[in-house]
Design a protein around this ligand. Sequence first.
Ligand SMILES: [Zn+2]
Length: 311
Amino acid sequence: MATFNRFGNMSPTPEINANNFLLAEKPFKIIGNIYYVGNTHASSILIDSGEGLILLDTPSWPEYAYLLDSIYTLGFNPRDIKYVVVSHSHADHYGCAQALKYMYGCKTFIGRVDAGYMQAHKEQIEEMGRSRGSVTPWPHFDVLLEDGDVIELGNVKMRCVLTPGHTVGVMSHFWETEEDGKTYKVGIYGGAGFVTVGTEAIKRNGLPMSIQQDFWDSIDKVWDEEVDVMLGNHPFHNDTFDKNERRVPGGPNPFADPTEWKRYLQELRDRYGEFLKLTPEEVAEMYRGNGFFDYRPQLLERYEEYKAKYL
Ligand SMILES: [Zn+2]
């Protein structure tokens, strides 16, 4: 288990936000037709459907350039992105959606519940985007997803499951991929951070307290999903970089781990239970700390080198 709390404060530090190109990571193939084109903080998953690309989540708007660079580096072209699917209404997941739609004509998707929440709480959503260092272009989604909807393109059939908690309309996604003649069930939990579900945060955001129970219910709802490959909508949720760095030629793919889904959900349950017992003061204290460099010490090294040279 991680020493940092992957559901706690995992925001990039102010020094990193001020030099956000330090978040750029080399893109890579995850498994089958699935590729990582996100950065150190936020995941962005590219799927080659054979009839166009699907992008699952986009990074924050300040990281748009590195998203495009990652897509080109892998030999793909952003012009071939047909669908941009957004897991939930936070800027570190929808930040580039409007630009991709405008530039390349991609169709954009989000859950209907979160789309409604965004319209009703525009200022609050925009404020969250500014915390990542810029004004985020407001997304105008083309398709509003319902619980159980299936997104189809080429060889991809992606099932969307409503898992509220982190936001009122988080969508989790499940589909299949193939590698070396074997079929893998892929799953991604659409949003799990605690920042929005503390009692004070719920009051501040004008949400019903029942969202705390929704958080438990959503874990139960997807507990029995069969998942061979668990992705994370932040790389620290599924140890994305560690796995990629553990690859050996000819060896098993470290992303294929049928035990991870339940281990992850159990960790989420345990940590959430601990979190709900904290007093508002303890929650505030928890968010004063930050686990970002514990999770990715390489980023701290990158920053220190940069600082020595330029700052
Ligand atoms: Zn979020």
